[in-house]
Design a protein around this ligand. Structure first.
Ligand code: COA
Length: 154
């Protein structure tokens, strides 16, 4: 029983003490990772920065900015070793529920067109692709557009 409970994801607020671990994951899973400064700014701004732990280990994290009835999902990441076990879906569901509690009536996010895992994850949760932002992501081989996805919260 307790072994089973130990393996359920636990959620808590992110703190600056988490940033060494968060940055290790961030650098592992993105080709264009956020900087430590991006996370510090998000914490300082009071964004909803959450950690997902599994068996006492940070398995993922997410950052949501919310205001004026709208939320913007700025980051959602699962450590490489924990991917493809349904945790991204769980973390996304947790952040959607959080946005509802804020309350927000809509969530926006940007995703690279080349990020099929992200696009499928978001589409499966009900997000619709509503716009393209040209040249949104800087890159070594030139910039990449972003798809804007939106979820209406009922
Ligand atoms: C995107 C990400 C969060 C998915 O997390 P995950 O825990 O591996 O995803 P899950 O196991 O919960 O899978 C949920 C759904 O996402 C999609 N998916 C996840 N990984 C995928 C992959 N490698 N290829 C294709 N689809 C994938 C599938 O639709 C999957 O549903 P299925 O298992 O029924 O096919 C994870 O790959 C990640 O952290 N990637 C790097 C960071 C990133 O790109 N974040 C999103 C930026 S906007």
């Amino acid at each position: 029983m307790s072994a089973q409970l130990d393996n359920l994801p636990q959620y808590r607020s992110m703190t600056v003490e988490d940033l060494d671990c968060v940055m290790a994951i961030e650098n592992e899973v993105y080709t264009q990772p956020w900087t430590r400064g991006n996370f510090c700014d998000s914490l300082a701004a009071g964004y909803h920065c959450r950690i997902m732990e599994l068996a006492g280990e940070i398995a993922g994290y997410s950052v949501l900015a919310a205001g004026a009835g709208e939320a913007h999902l700025l980051n959602l990441s699962i450590a490489a070793q924990w991917q493809r076990r349904g945790l991204g879906r769980e973390l996304l569901k947790f952040m959607i529920d959080l946005a509802r509690e804020v309350p927000a009536h809509k969530i926006y996010l940007e995703v690279r067109p080349s990020n099929l895992a992200g696009r499928r994850l978001y589409a499966a949760a009900g997000f619709a692709e509503v716009a393209t932002r040209r040249g949104y992501y800087p890159g070594q081989g030139g910039s990449e557009d972003a798809l804007v996805m939106e979820l209406e919260l009922k």
